[in-house]
Design a binder for this molecule. Structure first.
Ligand code: AMP
Ligand code: MG
Length: 483
């Protein structure tokens, strides 16, 4: 029923192993992402709600026409090279073409052990599957390239993490599941002759406009550099903290991939570390752009047998200007400005410094700017920034001058800003409420939260409970990195 090819199997067999799934006990379908399935042309709802789809989602049996495999890759984890990675608990089901012509792959995460499971059990817990589903929907709604979940299934199969939990699966949709670590592994394991084949496979599928170029490999790396730079700018623009920016979690097409203890900034704190196991703060939020560059350097090293070093350097030099231009444009849009002129970067930086000093909520502060006329903003300064009044008033005066210069009416400014500044943010405590309920068999809070994060800009009275900052109990949640 799934019209999928398995083009990854055209690659040298060092890069994959055929692997049958291992069934989960007493599965139940929790949610189908009907909007996404429709976009992929997989919208036979009766099939998705029937026994065959549940069998597939619960890793229960071979599925006609689908030959799952586990991918082999390596990766730099927290700076150290690990050659022993690969799909340890997920299987690539295959690839397809959506009606709009875009390529996609389906991957079943939590499908049981593979040759790359090391000491792991091959499972994913319901908690982390729900978090992955929510993150993909939230990022997509904010315009950030991301992998997404098309279906979520639970089971009563016990799994040990810090506590006993239950196993679940997600059907993940990505343009590509090929990671920086695929290339690095070929290089570090001395299989450099295969690098060109892997690069040509990626070019043919995801960068086809480059295939005829004499310098196609350099051109491909340049595009990976710019796609990664734009992704890092998008994460910083939206306050997304990934948490585990290892090179095995970095996609070759620049999509957000592999969600662990991620989080969206709540109080604006650039030094925020969302992963409690990241003791040195290697992946602290403000460092994400430089980690993206570090990862591209690791990829460049992996590609060095294929691409002359000068061309690698030239491609890497595109990173910073691309990131800065994309970030500046994105942050200016958040301030209601469609272009970027001299002085704007300082305006943005001073606004962020004000939020940091005031320990203000990152997203709600932008939403506040979006929801009131300029004079009203001034009137509300005392209430909003009690300890930073003068600084806030001075900043608002500069902002008002810049808005006037842009020649935009205040109504239009507010309207444009409300379309890019979310009112509803995927806060950890909201995810936690949905997870706890689903663990007790109540999927309603999850389904409601999914709806909210899919429409983060649209103010609705019935969603008012989702709009505020976290209550005290929800501010100090420790998000486990086990998953
Ligand atoms: P992650 O931190 O989820 O990106 O995983 C890093 C590596 O560990 C990947 O190769 C995963 O497939 C593998 N892995 C993570 N959890 C498990 C598990 N429970 N069982 C088997 N492999 C796992
Ligand atoms: Mg991973």
């Amino acid at each position: 029923m799934l019209p999928l090819a398995q083009r990854h199997a055209d690659l040298p067999s060092a890069l994959w192993r055929r692997q049958a799934p291992s069934p989960l006990r007493h599965p139940r379908l929790i949610d189908l992402n009907t909007g996404l399935l429709a976009r992929l042309g997989l919208d036979d709802r009766a099939w998705w709600q029937g026994p065959e789809a549940l069998a597939m989602l619960s890793a229960a049996q071979g599925w006609p026409g689908v030959e799952p495999l586990a991918m082999k890759y390596g990766g730099h984890q927290f700076g150290g090279w690990n050659p022993d990675l690969g799909d340890g608990r997920g299987l690539l089901l295959g690839d397809g073409l959506a009606p709009d012509g875009s390529a996609f792959e389906l991957h079943l995460k939590g499908a049981g052990p593979t040759p790359f499971s090391r000491m792991g059990d091959g499972r994913a817990v319901l908690r982390s599957c729900i978090r992955e589903y929510l993150a993909g929907e939230a990022l997509h709604a904010l315009g950030v390239p991301t992998t997404r979940v098309a279906a979520l299934a639970g089971s009563d199969e016990p799994v040990r993490r810090e506590r006993m939990e239950t196993a679940a699966t997600v059907l993940r949709v990505a343009q590509s599941h090929i990671r920086f670590g695929h290339f690095e592994w070929l290089h570090h394991s001395g299989q450099t002759a295969l690098l060109g084949q892997l690069a040509d496979h990626v070019i043919a599928r995801y960068y086809p406009h480059l295939s005829a170029l004499p310098q196609r490999h350099s051109a491909f790396f340049s595009e990976v550099v710019t796609a990664t730079a734009r992704l890092m700018a998008d994460w910083q623009r939206t306050g997304f903290a990934h948490g585990v920016m290892n090179t095995d979690n970095f996609s070759i097409v620049g999509e957000t991939l592999d969600f662990g203890p991620y989080g969206f900034l709540e109080t604006y704190d650039p030094y925020h570390i969302c992963n409690h196991s990241d003791h040195n703060g290697r992946y602290a939020w403000y460092l994400q752009p430089s980690v993206g560059f570090w990862n591209l350097n690791a990829l460049a090293h992996g590609l060095s047998p294929l691409i002359p070093v000068e061309a690698l350097r030239e491609a890497l030099s595109l990173y910073e200007p691309t990131l800065i231009a994309h970030y500046d444009a994105g942050m200016n849009r958040r301030l209601g400005l469609d272009d970027v002129v001299s002085g704007d970067r300082e305006l943005v930086q001073d606004w962020l410094a004000l939020l940091q000093a005031a320990k203000a909520d990152f997203n709600l502060s932008f939403r506040w700017l979006s929801s009131h006329a300029l004079e009203q903003l001034q009137e509300q300064v005392m209430q909003r920034f009690p300890a930073e009044q003068e600084r806030a008033l001075a900043w608002l005066a500069r902002y008002a001058r810049r808005v006037q210069q842009a020649g935009c009416t205040d109504d239009l400014r507010q309207q444009a800003m409300k379309a890019v500044n979310p009112l509803y943010v995927l806060r950890n405590y909201l995810a936690e409420i949905a997870i706890k309920a689903a663990e007790h068999g109540d999927d309603v809070p999850l389904k409601r939260l999914l709806e909210v994060v899919r429409s983060p800009f649209e103010e609705r009275a019935e969603w008012s409970a989702y709009a505020g900052e976290a209550p005290a109990w929800g501010r100090c949640l420790e998000i486990s990195c086990s998953s």
